[in-house]
Design a protein around this ligand. Structure first.
Ligand SMILES: *Cc1c(COP(=O)(O)O)cnc(C)c1O
Length: 218
């Protein structure tokens, strides 16, 4: 939607794609498109607007996701403007992601505590309709983990984390705790709080990985 809105406007098969989507929604099925926007400016060009309008006219639901990127959107104001604009245009804000541990992360990475701060400051200022957005979420091996906040429990400063999407569905909605670390930018930097040796899902996750690699070699 942001990188190549032509897909829905001027590509040779744009029209047939839209027709197909309309056929599916008319048959009573729900189609969700994940649109990736890093900044509200990406939604301002006539082409971007046209793509949104055409896509929405087919009856699909456009949900939006964005990673928090230093130098691009490391500012609650940007998110407030972006989410409000999305809701105004009929899009559904869905995820704020923590920048993954790949590529040019050194330039773009933001500390986890800052990610929580940006999310919190932004979500405070938007309507209930806009609070559909989950985050800040980290896409890790075991699943998606949300930073719920920073707290102090029995004298120890901790990150409160929550698994929101997991390889084992039973991990979902399970709160857990990591030692607070102001410099941590990715879960690999986090250590379990309260002197525990590992996070609750670690043994089971490692067993899953072993089974998977064993299956591959056979
Ligand atoms: C999580 C995620 C989605 C949405 O998946 P859900 O099951 O609806 O949470 C889409 N794209 C990417 C890259 C994701 O990480």
């Amino acid at each position: 939607m942001s990188f190549w809105p032509q897909r829905y406007v001027s590509d040779d098969d744009a029209y047939s794609l839209l027709e197909l989507l309309e056929k599916i929604t008319k048959a009573g099925k729900h189609v969700a498109i994940m649109a990736h926007y890093n900044h509200c400016r990406e939604m301002t060009t006539p082409l971007a607007r046209e793509a949104m309008q055409r896509l929405r006219a087919t009856g699909v639901v456009i949900r939006t996701q964005s990673p928090l990127l230093n130098h691009i959107n490391n500012d609650p104001d940007v998110w407030v403007r972006m989410w409000r604009e999305q809701v105004r245009l009929g899009l559904v804000p869905y995820y704020m992601f923590v920048e993954r541990d790949t590529g040019a992360r050194r330039y773009f990475e933001v500390s986890l505590v800052r990610a929580w701060e940006v999310y919190r400051r932004a979500i405070q200022r938007v309507s209930g309709l806009t609070r559909t957005v989950r985050g800040p979420s980290m896409s890790t091996g075991p699943g998606k983990v949300e930073i719920q906040g920073v707290s102090e429990i029995q004298g120890e400063k901790v990150f409160v984390l929550r698994s929101i999407q997991a390889r084992n569905p039973d991990w979902t909605q399970w709160p857990f705790y990591a030692q607070f670390d102001p410099d941590a930018t990715w879960p690999e930097h986090l250590k379990p709080a309260f002197g525990e040796k590992q996070f609750f899902l670690q043994d089971e996750y490692e067993a899953m990985c072993r089974n998977k690699s064993a299956a591959k070699t056979h």
